[in-house]
Design a protein around this ligand. Structure first.
Ligand code: ZN
Ligand code: ZN
Length: 185
């Protein structure tokens, strides 16, 4: 049992801002993480279509937290359930949060507060190892001290909790995937 991860678009922060948008597939589950700000929606839809998928096929959307740079394009996915730190939302249903995604046993959600009180990370077991999608790092450069952090101490505890899982790869909120070893260089 394992899932497949594709980064649809790499995020960045400079004078402009874009979110890393990630696709996770396992069995019939088609999951998008952080359909946020991008230069154009084609940055999300183009790579999705290139993989033979349509936005209406997406079964689940996960928000790492509630900031607009990670949520702005949420409405692209007409049939998806939406997951955040609190709940699962589908049309007019507001149901209890679960740490698992129905139909995707290799995918789970972990509370990782710090940047905001309401941050979660997505843990994905792949054939190669654990992949973590998280806003605990904006990119491999950190920043070590998050200037927007709700609570830097909490952020550091959450980072330690994620690193203790020994992930193979971390996909940060605003940069390309990196290996945890790159953080200590
Ligand atoms: Zn944020
Ligand atoms: Zn962000």
């Amino acid at each position: 049992m394992s899932a497949v991860v594709d980064v649809l678009t790499n995020g960045y922060v400079h004078e402009r801002v874009a979110s890393s948008v990630i696709l996770v597939r396992e069995n019939d589950a088609i999951i998008i993480i952080d359909p946020g700000m991008v230069v154009s929606r084609e940055e999300i839809l183009g790579p999705l279509h290139a993989l033979g998928l349509h936005e209406d096929d997406v079964t689940d959307v996960i928000f790492s937290h509630h900031h607009p740079d990670h949520t702005l394009n949420a409405a692209l996915f007409l049939n998806a359930r939406y997951h955040d730190v609190w709940a699962i939302y589908f049309n007019d249903h507001w149901d209890d949060r679960t740490d698992v995604i129905e139909g995707a046993p290799s995918v789970s959600l972990l509370d990782t507060p710090g940047h905001t009180k309401e941050d979660i990370s997505t843990l994905i077991m792949t054939d190669e190892g654990l992949v973590v999608c998280t806003h605990l790092w904006w990119s491999v450069q950190g920043p070590e001290v998050d200037p927007r952090a709700f609570d830097q101490g909490l952020l550091e505890s959450s980072r330690a909790a994620v690193l203790a899982l020994k992930p193979l790869t971390i996909i940060p909120g605003h940069g390309p995937a990196f290996s945890p070893a790159e953080l200590t260089r």
